[in-house]
Each structure stands twice: as C-alpha cells, then as structure tokens.
Design a protein around this ligand. Structure first.
Ligand code: GDP
Length: 423
C-alpha cells in the first residue's frame, strides 16, 4: 500500500484501525488517477471483538471499489485465509486480484505461489512491499482493467450553479444538529427528490433562489447506523464528501479543546483545495471571550487563515444564516477569472514593494509575468527565469497577496513557478 501510493502513508496495522492517519489516497499510475482504499488489514486470522466491525468496513470498501486487491502474507499458507473471506471475494462481481506479499527471501517461494494459486483468485501477483518488486506489474494490471471499465462515477452537477456543500468535523461537534437546523429554516426549500449516491443521501435545497446540495457525510441523518461505524468508515466518507464538495463547513466545538482530529479533518479540506468556512458551534453554551476563541482557532488552523469563521449554534440556529450567506461568494471566487491586465498591474505593484531577493548560489531572480491557468480551484502561474532562483518567501508573498488583493478569501489557491524556457 505504501509503495503503491508513492509516498509514505501513516499506516500502522493495529487491529482497531483507529490510530491510523489515512486509509485512502488519491494517486495515479500511467496517467490514470485513482483512489486507493486500505481496509485496515483483513484480520484474516484475528478473532478479537473488533472483527465484526472490521468486516463491516471491508464490506463497505468492497462495495465502493472498482477493483479489489486481496493482499495475503506469503509466509503463511492458503489455509490461513478464511473460508468466509474467500466466499466474500468470490461473490463480488468486480475484478479481484490476489497479491502475495513478503515472499522476497523465501526458499519456498515457488511452492508458496502454487499453494496460493489454488485459492482460485486470478490473476495473482507476487509482490514485495519492502523492495517494491512486482508492484509495477500489479499497478499496470489495475490501471489497464480500470481504463477498460467505464469511467468512475463522479458527481456530475446537473446544474452548474448548484453548490455542493458538506458539513465536516470530528464526531459530536454538532454536524447533525447543524444540518437539521439548516433544513428546518423557513427559507429553505427541500427538494423532494433524494440524491443518487450509493451510500449517502444528499439533500437538494434552495435558499434565497440559490440551489445547494448538502452532501451527507458518514450517515449524518442515520445516527444509530453511524455510531456502529468505527473511524475508518467515517474517515473514508469524510474524504469522499470533501472531494465532492465545492465548499465545506468545518465544524468545531467551541467548548472543547481543538484536537489533532480536528486539525486532521481541516488539513484534508485544505489538501483537497476546497473552499472552507469554519463554524465554531455550541456558542449558546460558550461563556468565554469570542475574540480569544477566534485567536485560539486561528492558532490551531494556521493554513485556514483565508477562511471566514462564524460562531453558530446547531441548537438555536444562531449564526447559521450568516454562514450560509458566505457559501456563494466563496463558490464564485473559485470560479472567477482575473483579467490579464489586472494581473500585470498587480504583479508590477508587488515587485515594487517586495522584489525577490537574490539567493545564495543562485542566478539573479527575474519575474516576467503572472497568469491564471485554472479555476475551481484557482491556479496561477508565475513565469520566471529560473524557479530555483525564486525564494519560497517571495512565492508565499505573491500567493497570499493574490488572496488578499484579488479577493480569493475562503478558498485555497495554487501558485506554480514556471521557468521561461521550459514547458
Ligand atoms: P455530530 O456527531 O457532529 O453530528 O454531533 P451532533 O449533532 O450529534 O451533536 C452532538 C451533541 O452535541 C448532541 O448531544 C447535541 O445535542 C449537542 N449539540 C450539537 N449542537 C449544539 C449546540 O449548538 N449547542 C449545544 N448546547 N449543544 C449542541
């Protein structure tokens, strides 16, 4: 898993699967983008009390996947793979691949492969997650199979102007309460047609003439069901909900300390370059100084400095109108295109105030132009003589100035450096 993603994932294979930072990652191979889902180890021989819920997560992952890779430990033998697991894999009507891991130094390698082959899961790939051997072949096969299958179903907005919003946060911060409070608002018109996603039910609503789809995250409305799900499931749902959103409501609890889990969720929104509005919930029972709370929050989410913050209450509905009103402007900023002349003027001004400094052992930095190359999320390109000659400080300065001066509040933007003579 770690090898495939091409970057180290914080995966420790403890059984509970709760200390893991990430179970899924967007990656690509030979030009095809796909998401890897790691199901916390199949717990093939583990009989502890968590097995039941782990199996449930696996079922969910199997439902969601387009292709499934069963990884077995080649040092064990075919009999350690439980019948129930095999049945599960034989039943699913999607491509299944067997990856036999950890065979690198075994004298009995060939014998083991024959043994695992008799499991009847085809094709089979011997792999080594330590030295990466065989992973390329496995990925080639996955990519080939996926590209033959129909393109993965992503949210295709029927209406370009419908804004997708998800309410994101760790458990108990008040996401469901906020969702319900929004749905109860008088000016909300709830569409009778339910959404079409597989595991979540989206809510189409219209507020003041603007259509929104509120994406259900980890069974927001099905509490009993959700409570049975351990972290890994809600983690994956959170990730998917963020991915389908234009703007996220990041909910935190005003009366609790901000934890790593809050930061992790926030980081996910930022990493996926989505618009973000911070909701400090439960303000009805918060007795402290709001400005202090604001400082406390910005200290813990420094990368969200560009996001607006609202004090709200899912219980009383306070502050929610203002938060909802902030969604559309962020959506519009994500789609806006800045005219070239404005960018030219902007860059000239910035170069005057704070030109890039000469870095040691580098060429004299030269900046030629600033271009906008994409929207949603907004992306800019700084044309320079030599990217290595441009300090990070200058790049950050231009990036932050784009947000402030050209009004991209609430959405991450990207600024790339491009050397003049390179494509
Ligand atoms: P979720 O897990 O993030 O969906 O959180 P819930 O909406 O289920 O809320 C968790 C707990 O916090 C419940 O007991 C709610 O009644 C309570 N709660 C949620 N929002 C508020 C709020 O604004 N004020 C107060 N006082 N309690 C709230």
């Amino acid at each position: 898993m770690n090898k495939i993603a091409g970057q180290r994932l914080a995966v420790t294979s403890d059984v509970a699967g709760t200390t893991r930072d990430r179970q899924y990652i967007d990656t690509s191979w030979n030009g095809l983008d796909f998401t890897l889902v790691d199901t916390a180890g199949l717990s093939l021989v583990n009989k502890d009390e968590l097995e039941h819920s782990l199996n449930k997560q696996i079922d969910i992952a199997l439902q969601e996947a387009d292709i499934v890779v069963l990884v077995v430990d080649g040092r064990l033998n075919r009999l350690t793979v439980e019948q129930s697991t095999l049945q599960k894999f034989r039943k699913i009507s999607k491509p299944v691949v067997l990856a036999v891991n950890k065979l690198e130094s075994l004298a009995t390698r060939e014998e083991k492969l024959v043994d695992f082959q008799s499991l009847g899961i085809k094709p089979m790939f011997p792999v080594s997650s330590i030295n990466g051997r065989g992973i390329g072949d496995l990925l080639d096969y996955i990519v080939e199979t996926l590209s033959k299958a129909k393109a993965p179903v992503e949210r295709q907005p029927e209406n370009e102007d419908k804004i997708a919003v998800s309410i994101i946060g760790k458990p108990n911060v008040g996401k469901s309460s906020i969702f319900n409070a929004i749905m109860k608002e008088e000016r909300v018109v709830v569409s009778p047609v339910a959404g079409t996603t597989r595991t979540a039910i989206d809510s189409d609503i219209t507020i003041d003439g603007q259509e929104y789809v509120f994406i259900d995250t980890a069974g927001l409305k099905k509490k009993e069901y959700r409570q049975e799900q351990p972290d890994i499931f809600s983690g994956f749902q959170t990730f998917k909900s963020i991915r389908r959103s234009d703007v996220c409501f990041l909910v935190i609890d005003s009366v609790e300390e901000i934890t790593k889990q809050d930061q992790r969720v926030a980081q996910e929104i930022f990493d996926q370059e989505k618009g973000c509005i911070i909701l400090a919930n439960k303000v009805d029972i918060y007795k402290g100084d709001k400005e202090k709370l604001r400082d406390y929050i910005s200290l813990h989410f420094p990368f969200l400095w560009l996001s607006p913050l609202f004090f709200v209450s899912g219980k009383t509905g306070d502050g929610l109108d203002e938060a909802i009103n902030a969604i559309k402007p962020i959506y519009e900023r994500r789609h806006k295109v800045i005219p070239e002349e404005i960018l030219k003027e902007f860059l000239a001004k910035k170069m005057k105030i704070n030109p890039p400094k000469l870095l040691r052992d580098q060429k004299t930095p030269k900046v030629f132009a600033l271009k906008q190359v994409d929207t949603n999320p907004p992306m800019f390109q700084l044309l320079v003589n030599h990217p290595a000659a441009i300090s990070t400080q200058f790049r950050k300065f231009v990036e932050n100035s784009i947000v402030k001066d050209l009004d991209f509040w609430g959405t991450p933007i990207t600024l790339k450096l491009k050397g003049k003579n390179k494509t």
